[in-house]
Design a protein around this ligand. Sequence first.
Ligand SMILES: *Cc1c(COP(=O)(O)O)cnc(C)c1O
Length: 515
Amino acid sequence: MSSIGSPSGTVSTDAARKAADARAHLFHAGTLGAYRDALARGVDRVTRRVGETERPFTGVTPEALAPVVAGIDLDRPLGDTDAALDELHDVWLRDAVWFHHPRYLAHLNCPVVIPALLGEAVLSAVNASLDTWDQSAGATLVERRLIDWTAGRIGFGDTADGVFTSGGTQSNLQAMLLAREETYRRVVGGAATRPDRPQVVSRLRVVTSAAGHFSVQKAAKLLGLAADAVLTVPTDADRQMRTDELARVLDRCHRDGQVVMAVVATAGTTDFGSVDPLPEIADICAAAGIWMHVDAAYGCGLLVSPTRRHLLDGIARATSVTVDYHKSFFQPVSSSALLVRDGRVLRHATWHADYLNPARAVEQGIPNQVDKSIQTTRRFDACKLWLTLRIMGPDGIGALFDQVVDLAGEAWRRLDADSRFEVAAPPRLSTVVFRYRPPAARPDLVDEANLHAREALAASGAALVAGTKVDGAHWLKLTLLNPETTVDDVVAVLDLVAGHAAWYTAAADLSCPVG
Ligand SMILES: *Cc1c(COP(=O)(O)O)cnc(C)c1O
């Protein structure tokens, strides 16, 4: 062995020993026993921890946990799997937030299905990368089949295509990138003299509803659009985009010399689950030649619902669609996709690199996904959905989603009949926005009482609910994505919320009586 760079033989021997030790941790045909053993220990820990979980959260604070994490010397390894798992328990697992728990009712995090967990374990060991065929082989074809399958569920035709992404935020970003490029070409193509690109881009506008997702604003910023590029259309009482207002906004843009590059309809708003009127929006976009993007990050579960697919009627007329399998398909993070009606628009994400995806390989018909993606190295997340569909089937996923939508309906009925609470709007999917507001409540304490109730509940760890603002006031939100949650769970959580809020109201009343 050459000792170039080693001042002495002892250093070289020491280095060789360290390298040999490290090699024992590499996953390969010679270490399969260690692989099985390590994974089994990890599965064992999770099994034990979940088995003893009585609350969705321990209520741990950042102040309590930060010193534990900061106190670990990352340059001094423990060298032992069990010791490292013990430590991981201390820094995270003991105090994790458990989405599988029936009283986790806060954000759009779903409990995950076991076939997808199996997929996760398999895909990370093989570590395929979906950019090119020579790093993925069949995985590329599997992803393509799932894109085609999803496009079919949407109702797109044979020209459709798409790509898996890291999440709805990335899917929306890519949709806006493609819309910007297509619109730019349309504007420039029709111009007598070639306009200056920054000048055209500064006139581009994106229109979405007031209940749309903030990732649309973020995408506009990342894409270099004007600071005021996103125009929001008011919603009606059901929190759906008002199409008369949409038409008015489009007229105004036209008058002002602005170019609307996309209308973003939301199919399942994050707070209310409301689905914008897709057929009417499609009519308006078709008449004006505007890109229609449907953000179905949340509502995509309806694509497999045995009873509620009609809520997405009109989605087939979209130009592009965002789906988050990690929200309503019960998949582990990350698992999302962007679908486009006409696959050719994906060329705006294409860049040929000599080392990776030369034009020659494309001409030879070798399939690659990097030409469609804004990522290069990319996880085989599709593996999880594949195993889920092959083991459970789409109807199984749809049945689970239907169950949580039914539960939200029942939760709303209970809340509506309960004089302690007020509800914002009937649920469309599986969220319910409500607040504690008994008839005798002092109006000046309502906001604070609800904020307190949410925080106190989280600190106890007994249950988690979300908060949001409606017309400037603080409300609470149940996001029901767990089919294991029962009506009794919901009722018990509402009693806890009311208890904390009533305690706060009484204490505030004592210390600061009105008048
Ligand atoms: C969650 C959500 C997103 C963002 O998706 P991520 O996967 O969290 O990036 C976008 N749009 C809507 C409507 C959402 O609910």
